[in-house]
Design a protein around this ligand. Sequence first.
Ligand SMILES: [Zn+2]
Length: 161
Amino acid sequence: MALCKKCGAEVPEGANVCPACGEPASVSAQAQNIAQDIMNTADITAECDPSDIEQNKVMGILAYIWFLFLVPLFAAPNSKFARFHANQGLVLFLADIALGIVFGILMFIFGLIPIVGLIINSILGLALSAFCLVFMILGIVNAATGKAKELPLIGKIHIIK
Ligand SMILES: [Zn+2]
């Protein structure tokens, strides 16, 4: 029988949270909570007109391809669905640039180290490409399936209302 780190109550074997105070019982339960928080983003599909979604799926998809988030803003300014994805695309675009700068600086520094720096830089380059690609695919899949769902982590940021 384990004891809760927060309140000291006994936590039964296999329980995810402390029955007394709700504190996550283990590191893996804590990690699970954080992962849920990250993935648990708002879904405003129900607030969009079904015909709006049907008409503007392509606009939603374009929004995630680099600076093409501008296209839905000009081509479908009155579409809630298109604007939603334009905002997600813009946030992703800015996140890609910010990460690109941070990784660029890191890679410059690691580049000064022979051989090991090259290996580290290859891993960093792969990680950056993977992040950009995964988020882009997530967004495109959401738009293509007619969902107005925020991206994990960064989707909570709203620049375009
Ligand atoms: Zn407790």
